[in-house]
Design a protein around this ligand. Sequence first.
Ligand code: PAF
Length: 291
Amino acid sequence: MRIVSAPSEVRASVAAARSSGRSIGFVPTMGALHAGHASLIDEARNHGHFVVVSIFVNPMQFNDPRDLAAYPITTQADDSLCVTAGVDLLWRPTVDDIYPSGFDTVVEPGAMASILEGKHRPGHFRGVATVVLKLFNVVAPDFAYFGLKDFQQLAVIRHMARDLELPVDIIGCPTIREDDGLAMSSRNTKLSADTRRSAAALSNALTGVVTALRNGDDVAEARAFGLALLSKQPGIDVEYLEIVDRDTLSQLTSNDSSSAVVLVAANIGGVRLIDNLEVDPARVGHRKGPA
Ligand code: PAF
């Protein structure tokens, strides 16, 4: 595995892989890699691509400087995971590589980016879309892999790729969970033993809401049920729990919940976690539509 920093080195490696007939699979990350990231890398490798992983903690997508400062950095463990997972090229750009002096252009995603996460983290998706477009422009991947754990992020990136005619297929991959259901996240390492136990309540609540919807509860009842489940768990400060259409992320207008996804964000002992569950998971990972 090669490790490079400058965009020119990435371009040269990718060009060499292409000239030997390889397609390019790209997994953009912010490091603190875990089994969820490994599953994205596996997906790319299993399709025979030359696999590029980027690790860049993108300051532009953090609306809270304390959140950025607290973001876990696990450089050596990340290198080992990438080697074991069979990554071909690891790109670790510096802040200057991505935002050189005078950098003054952003990608402003539309309405979908101002709700849910976008409402609670103003500017977050501007930062995500800007960096992802820049990373895509350097790597020029054929396929890019993102986890469905960040459901809204995936929807915003798909929307950007479609609106701007980006020549890349965006692939959504299933969320990988711990044994108790907690979605894998780089932020989980910040949980204490106590808050780690409480955190499983998020996926339990999502399962409860999805089961209620499948059993015919209406959307308002199912949402209230989920909020009630979470309120029983001490130390969980819910930011939102919403049931929305999986393609548009807008509130469901009927009680047909077959296209619904339930999204939750909560603060648990100072660690902000998000998770989601779809009512019809059979469709997970196989769509190419806007979300
Ligand atoms: O999901 C992430 O790790 C980041 O938001 C991403 C897509 C790498 C952009 O910084």
